[in-house]
Design a protein around this ligand. Structure first.
Ligand code: GDP
Ligand code: IMO
Ligand code: MG
Length: 408
């Protein structure tokens, strides 16, 4: 039996979806534990691309059970759209997709509020506009609507009306309730379900959304999302006791990206950033926004290892670096005249990254799945990261497809 948490070690879009899909081969259950339809997880299998926002990335494997945990905020409209996408692709989900009855629901008005707040703020966060902030605000204020409430349509309608007041037209509310009703067959008491799975020694993957530096507590606040994206969130968000966790896998790109506003010390607003963006197709899978690009920040990665208790690192998108003659990685920061190895999470504006320059390999490694076939400079790059963060690298990804993966 094993329970593994998969966390994004950067600012999201590290390739969590691809890695969860790859590891699902040996899993019984995959559960999402936080976030909502702000996430966009891309899976490529047999050259076909699937983007998932709410449904766990194990769903393409037909024998796997998938759970949307209590820590997730569920947009019933996005959920039904995703169900349709899976049905169109002949992916049978019957009796293997479950939604926690304790999860909160994202109302259409939350999306409006999200966008309104962005306009009101002097410095917009650059949210995805998916209503995430207001959904978690209402959850914590104890005024949210939970999946369990869907079981009583009349009471659900009254609760929705109480929150939306006169801001939403009745026919739109009717349409929204129809989307909520589509959740009914999936509702489960996932705490007992998970406990039972652990007792039966099942292999469980807990899939994170976003990344550690977007964590509400540990991230670059206020430019963060509204949930605990880090490993602690997996216990509270998927009903797994901390004593049952065996591994924490941190997913990092071989470089760094960020969507939305907020500090990004190693960002390259120049030809290097453009090259990373073009080679990595760095366009957001949820909002279609261009992702900001920069060099790998090892100081930030080590911070991420620390707060998540990461036991293994997965490096993705190594192939994107194929064209560079030299590759830089941030290995220290200069803050107020002194060098530091600590990530200046609250002082990024005053801190400057110091780089170590490594040799590029300038060979095509895309799609390689044998470590021994990697050029020596590529292996040196991997080794440098491993030595710096002091955590073993267990998987390296060389392309978007499930098979473009090196298991070390
Ligand atoms: P997630 O949110 O962490 O699941 O990541 P996204 O799916 O938003 O973004 C990662 C993008 O990189 C997707 O388009 C993936 O198909 C793609 N991708 C993942 N791993 C690799 C890789 O090793 N190489 C390349 N070139 N693309 C990759
Ligand atoms: P995945 O799971 C990258 C960013 C937004 C914004 C901030 C807050 O695909 O890695 P929110 O809508 O959550 O209130 O926005 O967080 N953000 C993401 N960035 N990947 C994501 O998810 C993200 N989800 C939210 O761009 O900066
Ligand atoms: Mg994404």
């Amino acid at each position: 039996m094993s329970v593994s948490i998969i966390v994004g070690a950067q600012w999201g879009d590290e390739g969590k979806g691809k890695i969860v899909d790859y590891l699902s081969e040996k899993a019984d259950i995959v559960a999402r534990y936080q976030g909502g339809a702000n996430a966009g997880h891309t899976l490529v299998f047999n050259s076909k691309k699937y983007i998932l926002h709410l449904i766990p990335s194990g769903i393409l494997h037909k024998n796997i059970e998938c759970v949307i945990g209590n820590g997730v905020v569920i947009d019933p409209i996005a959920f039904t759209e995703e169900l349709n996408m899976l049905a169109e692709n002949d992916i049978d989900i019957s009796n293997r997709l479950f939604i926690s009855e304790n999860a909160n629901i994202v109302l259409p008005i939350y999306k409006k509020l999200d966008l309104m707040r962005e306009k009101e703020l002097n410095t917009a966060i650059g949210t995805t506009g998916r209503g995430i902030g207001p959904a978690y605000t209402n959850k914590i204020s104890r005024t949210g609507i939970r999946v369990h409430d869907i079981r009583n349509e009349q009471a659900l309608r009254a609760k929705i009306l109480a929150i939306t007041k006169n801001d939403e037209e009745i026919d739109k509310i009717d349409a929204f309730i129809a989307h909520c009703m589509a959740l009914l067959p999936f509702i489960k008491d996932t705490a007992y379900y998970m406990s039972d799975a652990i007792n039966k020694n099942k292999n469980i993957i807990l899939e994170g959304a976003q990344g550690a530096l977007l964590d509400i507590d540990y991230g670059t606040y206020p430019f963060v999302t509204s949930s605990n994206t880090t490993s602690g969130g997996a216990c509270t968000g998927a009903a797994i006791p901390p004593t049952k966790i065996n591994k924490v896998l941190g997913i990092t790109k071989a470089y760094c990206t960020r969507v939305g506003n907020g500090p990004f010390p190693t960002e390259q607003v120049n030809a290097i950033g453009e090259m990373l963006s073009e080679r990595g197709f760095e366009i957001g899978s949820t909002t279609g926004r261009k992702r900001r690009c920069g060099w790998l920040d090892l100081v930030a990665l080590k911070y991420s290892v620390m707060i998540n208790g990461i036991t293994e690192i997965v490096i993705t998108k190594l192939d994107v670096l194929d064209a560079f003659d030299e590759i830089k990685v941030a290995t220290q920061y200069k803050l107020k005249g002194a060098l530091t190895n600590m990530f200046p999470v609250n002082e990024c504006a005053d801190a400057l990254p110091e780089y170590t320059t490594l040799k590029g390999w300038q060979q095509n490694i895309a799609g390689l799945n044998d470590f021994n076939k990697l050029p020596s400079a590529t292996r040196d790059y991997i080794k440098f990261i491993e030595d710096y963060v002091e955590v073993p690298i267990s998987i390296v990804s060389t392309g978007p497809d499930r098979q473009d993966t090196i298991f070390m």
